[in-house]
Design a protein around this ligand. Structure first.
Ligand code: MN
Ligand code: MN
Length: 280
């Protein structure tokens, strides 16, 4: 039983999927708390009320290619933030892949930077209520409201596909056009849009893509979102190599029953299952 996390990243082996806590929430705009999330998600994953099995039957408990690590040790401020890129680069250079547990959504920019250096034709799929395409927010260009502007300015993604979006300002619309973002708004999700993918794909999952009824433990409530089943089905139908992922924006201070942590742990298992067996 994987009841404790492996403490040291030096134990990482080639071919493994490394689950890494990234406890950084300093670039949140409305409220902090996401830094507490990785520990809560691991707790939900280890909880004896459920198993380590994916819905398609991979027992991650027996899977040597699935390794859970403690949180990255990050110093505070921009220095800690920028060190995320180097740490993920170390994982990738060991021929491993990462699933990062945020933290706020600002962490996706340094993570994707590390991926893009090794995957020049990267497709980024971004599930979120918000496009996170501000140029700056409260004077901070690294705010969690801005990561996908930085990703597209730096040409880190050959395609950016945003799904579940339902809070868009006129500025966001202009940014979507400027960067040729492919957007599937929450309001058109029911039409079951077909997305043709080619790999490699990086998946960035902001838990507020889910309706707050399913995931109340987030900082920004935006009703009208996807169901947990919608997101699981979407993950399961990805038919190209998934090279990495993050699950961000769980705020344990608002997750009084631990429901959102359980949702995050469930999605983590399904993402890991898909990364291990892309054609299943
Ligand atoms: Mn976000
Ligand atoms: Mn969001």
């Amino acid at each position: 039983m994987k009841t404790t996390s492996t403490p040291l990243l030096s134990a990482l082996q080639a071919g493994q999927i490394a689950v890494l806590g990234v406890p950084f929430d300093e670039f949140s705009s409305f409220m902090r708390g996401a830094a507490f999330a990785p520990a809560r998600i691991r707790e939900a994953l280890y909880c004896e009320s459920t198993s380590f099995c994916t819905e398609r039957g991979i027992d991650l408990n027996d899977e040597l290619r699935f390794a859970i690590f403690e949180d990255l040790q990050l110093s505070s401020g921009i220095e800690g933030y920028q060190s995320i890129e180097q740490m993920i680069g170390t994982v990738l250079d060991q021929q491993a892949r990462s699933i990062c547990l945020g933290g706020d959504h600002s962490i996706s920019y340094p993570i994707i930077k590390a991926y893009a250096k090794r995957h020049p034709q990267l497709t980024v799929i971004h599930l979120d209520a918000h496009p996170d395409l501000y140029d700056e927010y409260n004077g901070n260009r690294y705010s969690h409201a801005c990561p996908f502007t930085r990703v597209m300015e730096d040409r880190l993604a050959s395609r950016l596909i945003q799904i579940g979006i339902r809070n868009v300002t006129p500025f966001h619309r202009a940014q979507m056009a400027r960067f040729s973002v492919e957007t599937i708004f929450a309001r058109s999700w029911h039409r079951k849009p077909r997305i043709e993918l080619s790999g490699p794909v990086y998946l960035s999952l902001d838990l507020d893509v889910l309706d707050p009824a399913f995931a109340p433990g987030v900082s920004h409530y935006e009703p009208g979102g996807l169901t947990t089943r919608d997101v699981i089905d979407f993950i399961q139908q990805i038919d190209v190599p998934l090279v990495g992922a993050d699950i961000v924006e769980l705020n344990p201070l608002r997750d009084t029953q631990g429901i959102t942590a359980a949702v995050a742990a469930k999605l983590l298992k399904e993402i890991a299952g898909k990364m291990l067996n892309p054609i299943d």
